[in-house]
Write a protein that binds this ligand. Structure first.
Ligand SMILES: [Zn+2]
Length: 132
């Protein structure tokens, strides 16, 4: 199946309402600044637990299952998409160096699995953290 499947599915919206349904409080589209000087907006952020969640589109972020570079215009898309991937990696590293837990969720990941992953990360963070 080819074609453009963007506009009508908004995985980050579905994720947020599912998290709300779990009774979780979080910030959305929250701007993070790393001490290395990068700025990035995370889709969901638990500021106290320092957990940042990014819902990554399969195409733009180069998911291993669906992230193929388009055959047309490879010279344009190839470098562009690999820059996205490099940036993702760099941001993740910088945030982790600042003490954040970073969760990147491909848009194709089923919602219940995404929620489970987030709950688990958040729980381990609160248990092992300094508290408060
Ligand atoms: Zn995918």
């Amino acid at each position: 199946m080819k074609g453009n499947r963007r506009a009508d599915t908004k995985p980050e919206l579905a994720l947020r309402s599912a998290l709300h349904a779990q009774g979780l409080r979080f910030r959305k589209d929250f701007l993070l600044r790393t001490s290395a000087g990068s700025r990035v907006k995370a889709d969901v952020v638990f500021t106290r637990a320092r957990v940042a969640i990014f819902v990554d589109g399969c195409f733009w972020h180069g998911c291993p299952d669906h992230g193929n570079t388009p055959k047309a215009n490879t010279a344009y898309w190839g470098p562009k998409l690999s820059r996205n991937k490099e940036r993702d990696k760099r941001i993740t590293n910088e945030l982790q160096a600042d003490g954040w837990s970073v969760i990147r969720i491909w848009e194709h990941v089923p919602l219940p699995r995404a929620i489970e992953l987030i709950m688990k990360t958040k729980a381990s963070k609160s248990a092992g953290g300094r508290g408060g």
